[in-house]
Structures are given as structure tokens and as C-alpha cells.
Design a protein around this ligand. Structure first.
Ligand code: ADP
Ligand code: MG
Length: 281
């Protein structure tokens, strides 16, 4: 596999898994055309990893290494130059109802209520308003905002706004939930609470989840597998680390010696993978 220096062994796929199921990112390279330079800028050199259907995978890497670029490519929002991305065997080239993205910034419509904001995505995917509202209410209940459906975004805390954002993505009922640093604007305590909530929701809805995060402990707590990208530009997947901690994960686990050991081992892997970024910062 070109550009991959070391890939840790990934456990054999479960027996129930059908061939071609899940998300496959294979030899993906992504370039942007920069008008000012009249040249292509290769943000991602080679990304190869698999997200088994129903699993939770996190992608970690230093700022600017192409995490958002990669997630947007999986969402179908950014074209990839080389390689292939498939969901259940079908190539991904455009956005689709099977995938929903939760961005770092909730970007809620300020003039719309929590309910309308949460229903917005489902309506955009062609659901009539009653059905979109039903889905939105159900997901707002799941994220704990039932009492706030008539509020406006400015009346909510940052954590509550991000809950609406999550409800909006879930109301589309996607197969794959793509999360781009959804908690990075939140204080550390709220962030930890939201991580637990995300886990609960992922378990309840049986979605496939791909999370971008800076926080290695967050990645370990939530994931079945952590993908470590090297520093950009021309980043590559440096390591794929299976997280063998038992499910169900509970918040207390985050303080346990075995959890901290896994976090430490990934820190060790990232130190060399991210050196380039640290050098220039
Ligand atoms: P990350 O999310 O890991 O911080 P990004 O995916 O946002 O990184 O960006 C990866 C690289 O691609 C960066 O060098 C960034 O400047 C560049 N980049 C991102 N978006 C564009 C764009 N629209 N045009 C040109 N370069 C871009
Ligand atoms: Mg980013």
C-alpha cells in the first residue's frame, strides 16, 4: 500500500459481515486547485482504511493534515483525485441521504426554532413537513431537548446548539454519521458529557460513525478503531489502531489504567507521525 509506513494488524472482519459492506477508503488522494498559484495542492496523499458497517472509527491528526478534507470527500462534498471511496460497495462521488455530516460549527438558522432547525435536513432530503417534524421531534428527544423545541438558537448554550446539530443529522436517518470535531468548541466538561451522549445515541441507532477529533482520549473512548494521519500536506494514514476495550463503555472507564495505557500508546505513535507539524508550529 503506497504511502503507508506502518499499519497495525486489524482484527478479522466479523463473520456476519458481507463482502463489500461498510465504508472503504482506498488509496484516496485529494487535491485542491489554488487559483492564486495556478497549481494543485495535494492535501491528502494516500488514505486507506475500512469502517465496518455499524462500527465507530475516529480519525486523528494534527491541524491542517486533511482530516476535514477526507471527511468531506466521504460526505461527497469534495472530489477525490485518486483512489476510491465506497459505501456498501457503491462508489461515493456526491452527497447522499445515506450520509449526514455534523460540523464543528452548528450553523443553525437563527430565525428558526429548534424544531425547524432539526427538521431542516430531513426536509432538504425530500420528506414532507409532518414526517420531517416527526423525525426531528424523535431525535430531539434522543438528544434531550424535548423541552426546548420552541426555543431559538441564541437562547441555547453551545452544548445545546450542538445537540440540535446532531439531531438534525440524525433526523435524516443516515446509515453513516460523519462528525467533524463536533465538540471542539465546547468546554472540557461539556465535551466529555457530549462524548457519552454520542456513544449512547450511536448504540441506540446502530449507525456507522466516523469522527474527526484532536483528542486522543476522546477517540479511544468512543471508537472501535483509531486512524492516525501524518502531518500535512500530502498526509498519509500512518497507523490503524484497533481499540480492544470492551463495549459498553462507561465514563468511569476513562480513568482506568488500561484506558490510559491505550491513550499513551497512541500518543507514542502520533509523536513521530505528527513531528512535521510540531516542527513548524
Ligand atoms: P484539518 O481538518 O486536518 O485541519 P483541512 O482538511 O481543513 O485540515 O485542510 C487540509 C489542507 O488543505 C490544509 O493545508 C488547507 O489549507 C488545505 N485546504 C483546505 N481547504 C482548501 C481549499 N478549499 N482550497 C485549497 N486548500 C484547501
Ligand atoms: Mg478540520
Amino acid at each position: 500500500m503506497q504511502g503507508i509506513s506502518s499499519v497495525m494488524p486489524v482484527p478479522e472482519a466479523a463473520d456476519h459481515r458481507q463482502s463489500g459492506s461498510g465504508l472503504e477508503v482506498k488509496d484516496v488522494g485529494i487535491e485542491y486547485y489554488v487559483d492564486r498559484h495556478q497549481a494543485f495542492f495535494r492535501a491528502v496523499e494516500n488514505a486507506t482504511f475500512t469502517v465496518e458497517a455499524g462500527s465507530f472509527v475516529s480519525i486523528v491528526g494534527p491541524t491542517g493534515c486533511g482530516k476535514s478534507t477526507l471527511l468531506r470527500a466521504i460526505a461527497g462534498l469534495v472530489p477525490y483525485t485518486t483512489g476510491e471511496i465506497t459505501w456498501n460497495g457503491s462508489p461515493i462521488t456526491v452527497p447522499g441521504r445515506d450520509r449526514a455530516v455534523v460540523f464543528q460549527n452548528p450553523a443553525l438558522l437563527p430565525w428558526s426554532t429548534v424544531l425547524r432547525n432539526a427538521a431542516y435536513g430531513a426536509e432538504g432530503h425530500g420528506h414532507a413537513r409532518p414526517e420531517a417534524d416527526r423525525r426531528a421531534r424523535e431525535m430531539l428527544e434522543m438528544v434531550g431537548l424535548t423541552q426546548f423545541v420552541d426555543r431559538y438558537p441564541h437562547e441555547l448554550s453551545g452544548g445545546m446548539q450542538q445537540r440540535v446539530n446532531l439531531a438534525r443529522a440524525l433526523a435524516v436517518d443516515p446509515d453513516v454519521l460523519l462528525l467533524d470535531e463536533p465538540f471542539s468548541a465546547l468546554d472540557s466538561q461539556t465535551r466529555e458529557v457530549m462524548g457519552g451522549e454520542l456513544l449512547r445515541i450511536w448504540e441506540a441507532t446502530a449507525k456507522t460513525a466516523v469522527l474527526i477529533t484532536h483528542q486522543i482520549d476522546e477517540a479511544v473512548f468512543l471508537s472501535d478503531q483509531v486512524v492516525v494521519l501524518s502531518a500535512g500536506p500530502r498526509s498519509v494514514v500512518k497507523h490503524i489502531v484497533p481499540i480492544a476495550l470492551e463495549r459498553q463503555r462507561v465514563p468511569e472507564m476513562r480513568r482506568s489504567p488500561e484506558f490510559l495505557e491505550v491513550v499513551d500508546s497512541i500518543w507514542d505513535l502520533t509523536r513521530s507521525a505528527w513531528l512535521k507539524a510540531e516542527d513548524v508550529s
